[in-house]
Design a protein around this ligand. Sequence first.
Ligand SMILES: Nc1ncnc2c1ncn2[C@@H]1O[C@H](COP(=O)(O)OP(=O)(O)OP(=O)(O)O)[C@@H](O)[C@H]1O
Ligand SMILES: [Mg+2]
Length: 287
Amino acid sequence: MKTPKRLQPLVDEGLIDEVVRPLMSGKEADVYIVRCGDDVRCAKIYKEADKRSFKKAVEYREGRKGRNSRRARAMEKGSNYGRQEQEQAWQNAEVDALFRLAYAGVRVPKPYGCFDGVLLMELVTDDAGYVAPRLNDISLTAEMATAHHYQVMKDVQRMLCAGLIHGDLSEFNVLLDDKGPVIIDLPQAVDAAANNNAKRMLLRDVNNMTQYYGQFAPLLLKTKYAQEMWLKFESGELSPESELTGEFVESEHTADINAVLEEIQAAFEEEQERKERIKDAAEEDEY
Ligand SMILES: Nc1ncnc2c1ncn2[C@@H]1O[C@H](COP(=O)(O)OP(=O)(O)OP(=O)(O)O)[C@@H](O)[C@H]1O
Ligand SMILES: [Mg+2]
């Protein structure tokens, strides 16, 4: 097909040999199938900031560092230079996340780099070479749903151990190939340790996936992986190998108040007894 304008620089640079066809036009990007040598890959062209419908950028950006302080200051001020930098940071966030997650063993498309606002990555396909469907477009048996849910929970755990939370995880951003779920669409990934919204986003991501798989396997709806993971993460006990059960008991702080009151009462009674004993002893002395 005719090369779209935004892909031309990558063709000129020899990064892409041929644009095969458009794949999807999403809210934030246009995605094309491209050929690079013998490989068929995927090119995600980010839309310009004003054409994106992403409303909550601030919530996601928190805790992200500019690469140097001049950039960071410019980004905060929102100057022209700052906006450009913010745009670059946004585009680089996804490729950075993909490299980090691939390294951490999370099932994501293999990244090849981000050039001029275009992310080049592996095209996720089934074994026959057909583009992998989104979870939203398929239905599953209860057994498959249960197994895939666990795979996704393990990937969320690996992500958290790598310091990241997806932030927009749902059946629209997970593909299914012959080995199971593959997580995509990460420009909004948040820093798990530095972002105040991190816990809330983790709960939302996990809840979305549990609701989705729970349609096919209702028992999953009782699981509480996010709370379990977050508690371990916060206390520094979460590793990619940690066994998770999906069970989580709410903290018993309210019941503790009774325990504390009982303790106080017991200490008071003990003190009374001690005073009685001293008094008795004193009285004995008098005789
Ligand atoms: N690596 C890939 N392999 C196969 N298909 C892909 C890949 N990346 C993206 N797609 C397809 O392109 C669609 C859009 O990609 P993505 O979700 O990354 O962009 P988006 O613009 O944020 O989309 P949306 O706003 O609709 O979520 C995906 O839903 C998926 O169908
Ligand atoms: Mg998407």
